[in-house]
Design a protein around this ligand. Structure first.
Ligand code: SF4
Length: 349
């Protein structure tokens, strides 16, 4: 690991100022992903700003719902009585993530900021446009070396996963530059539950709808999200809903614990008898961002909870899906998972 400076701050203002002042400065919260990235020299910070002492770990009721502080630990959120009672989908998704030890360290903000687990991204000897983006004017797929934040070599450009080992990769929204997936479980619940992200930065405060926080790779796979330089995640707001009786997070993975999703589905419904009054659906393990299934939601709203309707919704959700070889099995696994999760959430299984 490379040497770096370490600063601890106690106010958001000091944190934002420290990160804005010097290039190559990163916020450090739980560190469960950043430290791995540093060990492998995928990220080489000049300076870390420890934000664990900021007063951002609270979980509190608001007039419109619930506010969860950015440094609240994943385990604290999953076990919180308000979360379990009013937003069980979030609690289930959090408990499906990582391991108990990691959930005790990882924070809400850090969970949102975690990088893809594409194996090529973590190996500096392999081509990766996310780790080593092509310089402006450079040719895609060239071996030109470039480090986005330091101007230093950090492995060849290109995408090793396209035509390579891509079993875990995207079937929606990928580009010719990158087919990686976002790895979070928590974020699938948050996008389904219409969360809002509160951020603060050098230009002031702003709110970002959760569905607009992460981005698709396009021509800039190095950018995972829409944060501006120096912006700090302060909290996440969840609006009140009527989904608490009918929600389910289904995660399909290679082992029962400590494994990322091959496919996951977050479902939350408001039922009246057997009729779906309202529904939220999102998938993980399938795209560069948490993938909301709005066409399927629109189809299901107002319809009875039947297997035929679930199959039709899953078919609508899969429109535009594309496999890359080793991950073709997701084209079958994903719709089956949607149907299964809907059956469980509506108690019709
Ligand atoms: Fe890199 Fe993305 Fe390709 Fe993986 S899929 S090698 S992260 S560019």
């Amino acid at each position: 690991m490379n040497p770096f400076q370490f600063t601890r701050v106690t106010t958001p203002k000091a944190a934002i100022s420290a990160v804005t002042k010097e290039k190559g400065t990163y916020f450090l919260a739980g560190g469960t992903n950043l430290i791995d990235l540093m060990k492998r020299e995928v990220v080489i910070p000049e300076r870390l700003v420890d934000i664990n002492k900021l007063p951002l770990a609270t979980i509190e009721k608001t007039v419109t719902g619930l506010r969860i502080g950015a440094t609240a630990k994943n385990s604290a959120v999953a076990d919180n009585e308000l979360v379990k009672k009013y937003f069980p989908l979030l609690s289930q998704a959090l408990n499906a993530g990582a391991s108990a030890q990691l959930r005790n360290m990882a924070t809400v903000g850090g969970n949102m900021m975690q990088r893809t687990r594409c194996a090529y991204f973590y190996d500096n000897s392999m081509p990766c446009n996310k780790r080593s983006p092509v310089q402006t004017g450079g040719a895609a797929g060239s071996t030109e070396r470039f480090r986005a934040d330091k101007g230093q070599a950090n492995g060849p450009t290109g995408c090793g996963a396209i035509g390579g080992f891509n079993r875990m990769h995207a079937i929606f929204g990928a580009s010719e530059k990158c087919i990686a997936v976002h790895p979070s479980d928590m974020c699938i619940a948050l996008v389904a539950l219409d969360a809002t992200v509160n951020v603060s930065g050098p230009k002031g405060d702003r709110k970002i709808p959760f569905g607009e926080f992460h981005r698709l790779p396009g021509d800039k796979p190095q950018q995972d999200n829409t944060l501006q330089p120096g912006e700090l995640i302060m909290s996440v707001d969840l609006p009140t809903n009527r989904f608490s009786d009918n929600s389910h997070y289904l995660k399909v993975r290679d082992r029962a614990s400590y494994a990322f999703a091959l496919v996951s589905v977050g479902v939350a419904l408001d039922m009246k008898g057997n009729t779906i009054r309202d529904v939220r659906l999102a998938m993980g393990g399938v795209a560069h961002k948490p993938w909301r299934l709005t066409k399927a939601e629109d189809f299901l709203r107002g319809k009875p909870a039947t297997e035929a309707n679930f199959k039709q919704a899953a078919a609508l959700a899969m429109q535009g899906a594309k496999g890359y070889g080793e991950n073709d099995f997701k084209l079958t696994l994903a719709p089956n998972s949607i149907i299964d999760a809907l059956k469980t959430a509506t108690k019709t299984a």
